[in-house]
Design a protein around this ligand. Sequence first.
Ligand SMILES: *Cc1c(COP(=O)(O)O)cnc(C)c1O
Length: 380
Amino acid sequence: MQVPLLDLRAQYAGLRDEIRRAMDAVCDEQRFVLGPTVERFEARMAAYCGVRHALGVSSGTDALLVALMALGVGPGDGVVTTPYSFFATLGCIVRLGAVPLLADIDPGTYNIDPRSAAALLADPPARFRGVTPRVLLPAHLFGQAADMDPLRALAREHGLRVVEDACQAVGAEYPGGGRAGAMGDAGCLSFFPSKNLGGFGDGGMVLTNDAGLYERMRRLRNHGMEPKYRHELVGGNFRLDALQAAVLDVKLSRLDEWHAGRRRRAARYDAALAGTAIGAPEARYRDSGLANFHTYNQYVVRASGRDARRRRLERAGIGCEVYYPVPLHLQPCFARLGYRAGDFPHSERAAAETLALPVYAELTDAMQDCVVDHLTASGD
Ligand SMILES: *Cc1c(COP(=O)(O)O)cnc(C)c1O
């Protein structure tokens, strides 16, 4: 049985007419970059996420870049985050000439461990003594919020601004604290097609409650221009297309339904994997009473013999993926930062042992049973 890791065609089948009407409206209007369709989507996203301002941008990567640029992050500054994330989290820091100050993850959630971040800030490696920590950048991995209460307390204690990488966690809730991306100074979302809210191409968004920061980010999005042909800041082209906003606006109406569908599939995996050698992912806020305690952008298991199991699934036509096989501190392009294998044991173990399985609302029981059978079978 073929089981794709993600089946966007099944999702599209249920939305085809609505999406085509929304795209047609943009075609009739011929306003393709920013404009009223983008503004309408921004307002709906701000309401959904519970923030005052939402800024549509060209990708999740550019959302991170714009947020860090608007906070003035540059050479000599340090940004505290983990090496277990998508490349963009670190790439944006380094592109601005700043230094990623890395802490290890919590092995249960794969998110930054507040105790590891506290230890890092109390006693940074000697080679980073000249670096001033400016920003704390937790990534909410796989659809579950990082532990923001102790992280925000740590940021207050050290005078750090907080930028959330919520690219995998749109809509995820944190007990007493609101949604992913709405809990720091700025929160970054990605609308890459494989995220829970995915467009027909690249797109992203920055969320904030800070009017001054919003204004700086809004200018940076369009080459720092305000008013026309006057540039007090050097920005870039970080604009969102109206066609993407039109598609995303239709999909936003279904987002909570899709989150619920992913959670139902995750619960079914949890039950099937209980008592096996495969470790199901931890949903730390399951008993919080929040609907979106986890949004399962990925359902990530831990298994011994991960690579053999992965090959077995692939041979059987089952999509699966390793997020991420090489932790970022061991990537060749970051070698000059001086990190070594062994620096972040939880991140390195996660890179060696985890495997993401298909998890989406359109998955059937039979497809899921097939995944579980091949995953738990012994032998190579
Ligand atoms: C997807 C993702 C990004 C980047 O988003 P793009 O829209 O692909 O640029 C950044 N960080 C994390 C954690 C992501 O998963």
